[in-house]
Design a protein around this ligand. Sequence first.
Ligand SMILES: Nc1ncnc2c1ncn2[C@@H]1O[C@H](COP(=O)(O)OP(=O)(O)OP(=O)(O)O)[C@@H](O)[C@H]1O
Ligand SMILES: [Mg+2]
Length: 251
Amino acid sequence: MNETRTPLLSVKDLKVRFGNVVALGGATMHAYPGEITAIIGDNGAGKSSLTKAILGVYANSEGTIEIEGREVTMSSPHVAKAMGIEAVFQDLALFDDLTLWQNMFINRELKRGWGPLAITRRAEMISRSDELIRKLTVNVPDARRTVRSMSGGQRQAVAIARAVAWGSTLVIMDEPTAALGVRERTEVEQTITQLRDQGRSFILVSHSFDQVMRVADAVWVMRHGRAVAHRRIADTTGEELVGLVTGAIEK
Ligand SMILES: Nc1ncnc2c1ncn2[C@@H]1O[C@H](COP(=O)(O)OP(=O)(O)OP(=O)(O)O)[C@@H](O)[C@H]1O
Ligand SMILES: [Mg+2]
């Protein structure tokens, strides 16, 4: 591949410790824009720690993070959000009793004015949510429906739509389909690849080698808190990825 492109995200020698536990022992990786970059590795390899450090959850992490070639300090989740970096987790972080549009705009309400103006704002939030959801492949009902009434796949589609709506730079997904059935997983994969084809950038933590082979453009393999191997998906196989994760293949 053309490796002269500037990575969207470049992480160098990132370290995260919890007391005596070294969750990240100097992780180095990068991700290109308009691609799905997968992160794989065994339980405890440091995948979630890496993504959380990028998201500013661990303010005391060491090392450097660059966005589009510029060094940034991810001192808090607010900093990451302000840079257009959003997250989607396995456990659906939605409010069951709120409607789809309320979930889309939670903590980001278009607040201006009272009375009739407030009603306009509400209508605008509903129509903008509808518009965003319609761009996705997944068949999601009306933006006025509560999230409780939706299937797992639809709910995850809402979570992804919300992240993509606000995460203009990069959406980081940690096991986004782990809680879903086969059909719903397929729907979510379609959503992600379609958005990638529209130029969106994703980091995808996954335990599924098949999923990585199906949707990703590149993959990093983590072992013991480090990214030990990197492959373009076009140049690897599911079998090789298994070997890299277990350590049967060194790097
Ligand atoms: N908040 C925490 N406090 C203490 N140790 C932690 C904490 N979070 C992670 N760890 C430890 O850091 C290491 C890396 O964990 P991490 O969650 O990053 O792994 P992972 O690759 O995401 O694993 P999994 O596939 O199980 O999600 C593990 O040894 C884990 O026990
Ligand atoms: Mg994890």
